[in-house]
Design a protein around this ligand. Structure first.
Ligand code: COA
Length: 160
């Protein structure tokens, strides 16, 4: 597997799994009906440093971005987001993307990383915890999960 910075032409290969993940409405606080154009702006818009994971055949199987979480005097705190093609989950792609992004964020000068809205029932919480993130707090009953009902959103943090 290869992890590299994304180029504009990667978007059509990110969009199918981006759409599948957001339409499922289980993990992201984004409109499940987000259009392709709006999705592209959310994922690859100004200020985002975007990465893709490619399998051995050159297929894009995951993507992530890093961006400042705040502005001005707090712009040294990063935010990141991750998606792996659901058909390729559980094979270590998410962990590899996360390790790559943590290293890249540190190299870019960010001092810490914050996730603003991690669904508390998302198995990804275990991944983030294993990478050194802690839960700073939880907004209770913030997210209407299609199976779990009303669940909390964690704010997670890690120094870089
Ligand atoms: C979260 C996500 C990026 C993880 O990618 P992945 O390639 O499936 O993850 P990995 O195979 O690297 O697994 C990493 C760890 O996460 C845990 N994990 C991740 N997804 C899991 C799942 N669906 N079920 C159980 N464990 C899971 C495992 O404990 C695994 O631990 P290990 O490395 O010790 O084996 C991917 O599942 C995804 O895109 N989910 C939908 C979007 C999302 O939730 N993004 C994160 C929002 S906070």
């Amino acid at each position: 597997m290869l992890i590299r910075e994304a180029v504009a032409d990667d978007w059509p290969r990110i969009w199918p799994f981006w759409h599948r993940i957001v339409a499922a409405a289980e993990t992201y606080a984004w409109d499940p009906d987000t259009s392709e154009e709006a999705a592209r702006a959310l994922w690859m818009g100004p200020g985002k440093r975007v990465y893709v994971a490619e399998d051995g055949f050159g297929a894009v199987v995951g993507s992530a971005y890093v961006t400042p979480n705040y502005g001005g005097p707090a712009a040294g705190i990063a935010n990141a987001a991750f998606m792996v093609d659901p058909g390729q989950g559980g094979r270590g792609i998410g962990r590899a993307l996360a390790e790559h992004v943590l290293t890249a964020a540190r190299a870019a000068g960010f001092r810490a990383m914050v996730f603003n809205a991690v669904v508390e029932t998302n198995p990804a919480v275990r991944l983030w915890t294993s990478l050194g993130f802690t839960v700073l707090g939880t907004v209770p009953d913030a997210f209407e999960h299609p199976r779990d009902g009303l669940v909390g959103l964690h704010v997670m943090y890690r120094a870089l």
